[in-house]
Design a protein around this ligand. Structure first.
Ligand code: F6P
Length: 485
């Protein structure tokens, strides 16, 4: 089987270059080794009604195909429908949904454009694996072009409750379009159940054990929690002292304890609540003034969207207020940076911090939580303070789990983390590392691709589509393999 992976953003970065977003950074090491072709946006747009043009470069044992997206539709697609309608809905913020009909049409145009571009990479044994909310309708566009190959989809964000999703204009059409995918992957059971509830209620289709039969044939929805490259992160962290940023940070601390937060500047990340929790902690426990500070890295993102501009102003104001009230002539409570760092440097920053604070209001998985754990020193590990609304909380239940809406509770948990004895820190860390090792990015990639390969076997065997027999279909076939070359 030949694999073509599709995502809006792709990674070309090296360990030392900053990368935006979890998806691209997480996929890079596995796609590189798989021999797959990775197709995504070049970050440039093109005028006119030209046919898709992709610039190809090599990527590990495979290739990277970078596509200039159509200029006339890019804004409506990316800032419009994807990030001002789908993103807020996926993160249960229906109050932030803004979408015009033009935005939706642009979103569909870009999905159709990508489908045309993919035809070039299609062979009889190709399977396509589409990533994320930017391309909910790409499978349906490929089917309209006559593509009968296996097509999988993975959603990196949460899938919200039915009443939230139904607030997205054209939600029904999009959910129906998603059924063109043979395999639909989610981060958590809850996301998968929410999706299936939408299928049942919006489309009035029966669901049996994650199987759905629609006019496209049959699809299976299942859970594949994404992981990280644990060994790579641990190695980066162990070697990190050589990075000037890491050694400068260490020198500047003078024995002071450090908590770290690393996020895209996004309203789903709970940044203002987190800063309020630190404010509360320093007010309630003055012994932590001068002895524990926060390094908050918040990489600017989607700046052209009003909600993001407003958030940037709000967070900056809050940080400056807290620093003004608690700071001293020689001590700054919150070091606030609006820039990104490469993964090797981040690993060193994580290892330097005694506490990792990952407190999103809603998050698909949140790989920073996993990276923080993997980067720790086994002999003296730090403590993870983790929102119970991050997908990672399902696996990392040995973290200090917090409710990001409860500022007092978070303040107490951060103080507990900063003062936790070594035995408890080690016990919690070992439990979390065990989980990370049982669910790496390599295992995630292989298990999805294997299931996708099985759908291909089913397709080539021309399995009849008989809705009344849905519960008799085998879930896995033992002989299926997933060789990608
Ligand atoms: O959460 C899903 C995700 O794809 C992340 O990987 C990434 O942070 C974000 O959505 C997309 O961000 P961007 O708009 O910067 O590509």
């Amino acid at each position: 089987m030949k694999l073509v992976v599709v995502s809006n953003r792709v990674a070309r970065g090296k360990a030392n270059e900053p990368m935006t977003g979890g998806l691209a950074a997480a996929l890079l090491p596995v796609v590189e080794n798989s021999g797959a072709i990775w197709v995504g946006s070049s970050g440039r747009v093109r005028d006119g009604n030209q046919e898709p043009f992709a610039e190809i470069e090599s990527l590990g044992s495979g290739a990277l195909a970078l596509l200039d997206l159509p200029a006339a539709h890019y804004g409506g697609y990316y800032e419009g429908f994807a990030n001002s309608a789908l993103w807020p809905a996926m993160h249960s913020r229906p109050d932030l949904i803004r979408a015009t009909r033009e935005d939706y049409l642009s979103y569909r145009e870009v999905n159709a454009f990508m489908a045309r571009a993919l035809l070039r990479f299609r062979k009889a044994d190709t399977a396509f694996w589409v990533q994320d909310y930017h391309f909910l309708a790409l499978g349906a566009e490929l089917r309209d072009l006559g593509v009968t190959n296996s097509i999988g989809f993975f959603l990196h964000t949460p899938w919200p409750a039915r009443n939230v999703m139904s607030g997205v204009p054209h939600a029904r059409e999009l959910i129906e379009a998603m059924l063109a995918y043979d395999l639909i992957g989610f981060q958590t059971e809850e996301d998968c159940e929410n999706f299936l509830a939408c299928v049942q209620h919006e489309l009035d289709l029966p669901v049996h054990d994650g199987m759905i039969v629609s006019r496209y044939g049959r699809s299976r929805a299942a859970v594949f929690p994404i992981g990280i490259d644990v060994d790579m992160f641990a190695q980066y962290a162990a070697k990190s002292a050589s990075h000037p940023e890491v050694s400068r940070l260490r020198k500047s601390l003078n024995g002071e304890r450090l908590a770290i937060g690393v996020d895209r500047l996004d309203y789903s990340k709970g940044l203002t609540n987190r800063i309020r929790a630190f404010d509360k902690m320093w007010s309630d426990q003055p012994s932590l003034l001068r002895t524990a500070s926060l390094l908050q890295i918040a990489t600017p993102s989607r700046g052209a969207i009003e909600a993001y501009g407003n958030l940037q102003t709000e967070v900056a104001k809050l940080v400056s207020d807290v620093n003004g009230r608690h700071g001293e002539i020689d001590w700054t409570p919150i070091r606030y940076l609006n820039k990104g760092f490469g993964q090797a440097v981040l690993a060193g920053l994580y290892r330097t911090a005694q506490v990792g604070v990952v407190t999103p209001l809603q998050d698909g998985m949140n790989l920073v939580a996993k990276e923080y754990v993997a980067a720790q020193n086994a002999a003296d590990p730090g403590v993870l303070v983790l929102s119970k609304f991050a997908g990672a909380a399902n696996e990392l239940d040995a973290a200090l789990l917090v409710n990001p809406h409860d500022i007092d509770g978070m303040a107490r948990a951060i103080a507990t983390a900063l003062t936790m004895p070594l035995t408890e820190r080690r016990m919690r860390w070992e439990a979390m590392m065990g989980k990370l090792r049982r669910g790496t990015i390599q295992q995630w990639f292989e298990s999805f691709v294997q299931e996708l390969a099985e759908t291909q076997l089913d397709r080539s065997a021309n399995a009849p589509l008989m809705p009344d027999r849905v519960d008799m279909w085998p879930r896995r076939s033992a002989q299926a393999g997933a060789r990608i070359h």
